[in-house]
Design a binder for this molecule. Structure first.
Ligand code: GDP
Length: 604
């Protein structure tokens, strides 16, 4: 069937392209989406714009009307039936739109604040767009904040620029040049869209204001013209169903429903649908296809209209049985025969496994759990930039078995014995079990909060471990007894010493290399200028008390001499403890002394 459908696919009939909006926080992504949606409604002519599930549909007529002034004189013809703009701005909406591993989003709008230029999340978004080879345009937003900007609401940007006086033009050009340079430094050529002669090499820039609407018609025009020019093949309508689950949601009166974006083909009420589930593939009947009531009639919240069939590209809500365990971010299939059902079940299962398996994990690291593939990716991306290693991932609620999987970290590296649960519930059994086993579970629905509590946890664990290993970790030092400063020759030995090299800490076992490395005891206390101290550094002179540990009590003048050098007695275990828990306490020079002592004691 797939091949048959593919053969019939033609660019004579295109489907609506799908667009998502990305960019740094506060650049105006939400405002821009609002402007695209609402300006038209405010104009009094609703123009057939429809609010869909998770998306806004802008039909061709409306785009024609809005862009009339932009394309005045050009012969440009709109071939797509409309534009589907994803409502949720940000990374996640974009990552969630996938089918068979590739992005379903046809064109992205990368919003950059003209006053700020490239910001950290702009760079992140760029990285993701590059990885997915997704075409995009840059909306240089907030032009109304330029010096002396004269407002010309909802005007095409070139006309709006013509209205400006010198200060605004100057400000615009300086900032534009600077931002173009910033992109160039990241290997991306950019150009104002009306000057762009090579759309495959140069990314189009469209200056906009989400407040006053300058440039918004241009943005719509660009999205349509670019997708038509560059992506006609990808937009060819086909009866082959392409559909992705965006969200799994409880809705009063309908039970658990799934919000999907239908990118190709037709969905019908009563279809047998197959989709990926947390506990294996789900096969169920699409009991009803729901779309929000048209904007004007939307008096009651959650008012849905039933549809017998829905044709791509659209956002729809599907109600049916057994959807509780559906996984967002994966494709949905329609099976027409029992054979197809089997094929799709296998495909759904494999796709989920492949996606999770493709995530690189390491032996020692935290366990990560999120609600959807998209949010999981967002979290992983974040942990990667923060250099927090990940040992295991999962999607869906945290159960006892997830805790079990995490317990292995207790042996590998206790500081990673924790689960970061992003926007997912943790069941009571899992909580109890985790508390008993000593697994920390961090819950949050904002990534930033997860990071905060995890960092605090790392610091606590570090302090605990330093406390626990304090007496095992021996710092390297080389001491010389100060002449005439033997205050007590034995039991305990009390002498004045000079730290020639390294760090002398209380608790350090000392020995005499020149006398067959005889052990003379442990430094039990130390005074510097008559005050008790814990640590002495190179060059300091301190008086120390050396308590015998076991066996024969050693004596200055009998077992060793005043001229003999004293060093700390290290071992394999002590070196490891220092490496693991006190690494930063030692300087490079201290580590070099450690290496020399290692050869003195013939430690491998
Ligand atoms: P988001 O975080 O990218 O979704 O940004 P928002 O759409 O929430 O906008 C962040 C702030 O910038 C809000 O206070 C907006 O009112 C403001 N803002 C957004 N677009 C514009 C614009 O074009 N001009 C001006 N002056 N302010 C804007």
């Amino acid at each position: 069937r797939r091949q048959e459908n593919e053969a019939k696919r033609t660019t004579d009939k295109l489907r609506s392209p799908i667009c998502a909006v990305l960019g740094h926080v506060d650049t105006g992504k939400t405002k821009l989406l609002d402007k695209i949606r609402r300006s038209h409604v405010q104009d009094g002519e609703a123009g057939g714009i429809t609010q869909q599930i998770g998306a806004t549909y802008i039909p061709t007529d409306e785009i024609e009307r809005q862009t009339a002034k932009v394309k005045k004189g050009s012969k440009f013809e709109i071939k797509v039936p409309g534009l589907l703009v994803i409502d949720t701005p940000g990374h996640e909406s974009f990552s969630n739109l996938r089918s068979r591993g590739s992005s379903l989003c046809n064109m992205a709008v990368l919003v950059v604040d003209i006053m700020h230029g490239i910001e950290p999340q702009t760079a992140e978004s760029l990285e993701m767009l590059r990885k997915r080879k997704a075409p995009f345009v840059i909306a240089l937003n907030k032009v109304d904040r330029l010096n002396g900007w004269i407002r010309t609401p909802n005007t095409p940007i070139q006309l709006a620029l013509k209205k400006q006086k010198q200060p605004a033009i100057q400000d615009f050009e300086t900032r534009l040049d600077h931002i173009k340079l910033q992109f160039a430094e990241r290997g991306i050529n950019t150009e104002l869209y009306w000057k762009n002669k090579n759309i495959r090499e140069y990314v189009n820039i469209v200056p906009t204001s989400a407040h006053t609407g300058e440039g918004v018609p241009d943005l719509l025009f660009l999205l349509v013209s670019l997708t038509q020019k560059m992506l006609a093949k990808a937009l060819a309508y086909s009866e082959e169903l392409e559909c992705t689950v965006l969200e799994v949601k409880e809705v009063q009166g309908y039970g658990t429903t799934i919000d999907v974006i239908l990118t190709n083909g037709t969905l019908r009420e009563g279809d047998t649908i197959v989709l990926g589930g947390l506990e294996g593939p789900i096969v169920t009947t699409a009991r009803s296809l729901l779309m929000p009531a048209p904007l004007k009639e939307l008096r009651v919240k959650n008012a849905y209209v039933l549809h017998k069939e829905v044709r791509a590209a659209q956002g729809v809500k599907i109600a049916g049985k057994n959807l509780e365990k559906a996984v967002a971010g994966l494709p949905l299939y329609v099976a027409h025969t029992p054979e197809e059902e089997e094929v799709y079940k296998e495909e759904a299962e494999r796709l989920l496994e492949d996606t999770l398996n493709a995530i690189k994990t390491v032996e020692k690291g935290v366990c990560v759990q999120a609600s959807t593939l998209g949010s999981l990716e967002a979290l992983l991306e974040f942990l990667r930039t923060e250099k927090i290693p990940v040992s295991a991932v999962n999607i869906g609620p945290v159960h006892r078995r997830d805790v079990t999987r995490c317990t292995i970290q207790l042996q590998r590296d206790p500081k990673y014995a924790c689960i970061l649960a992003f926007d997912v519930p943790v069941d009571a059994d899992a909580k109890r079990y985790a508390a008993r086993e000593g697994i920390r579970i961090f819950e949050a629905d904002i990534i930033y909060h997860l990071e905060e509590s995890f960092r605090k946890h790392m610091e606590e664990v570090k302090q605990q471990l330093r406390e626990r290993y304090r007496n095992i970790a021996v710092f390297p030092c080389r001491l010389q007894i100060v002449p005439d400063c033997v205050f007590n020759a034995r039991d305990p030995i009390v002498v004045g010493v000079r730290v020639e090299e390294g760090l002398l800490r209380t608790g350090t076992p000392l020995c005499v290399p020149s006398k067959d490395s005889v052990d003379i005891g442990v430094v039990s206390s130390m005074q510097f200028e008559h005050k008790e101290v814990d640590l002495a550094k190179k060059g300091q002179e301190v008086s120390i008390k050396i308590e015998p540990v076991s066996g024969e009590k050693k004596m200055v003048g009998r077992h060793f001499d005043v001229e003999d050098e004293l060093v700390s007695r290290i071992s394999r275990d002590s070196i490891d403890a220092v490496k693991n828990y006190f690494r930063e306490d030692l300087s490079k020079e201290d580590w070099r002394l450690m290496a020399r002592l290692k050869s003195v004691f013939k430690i491998l």
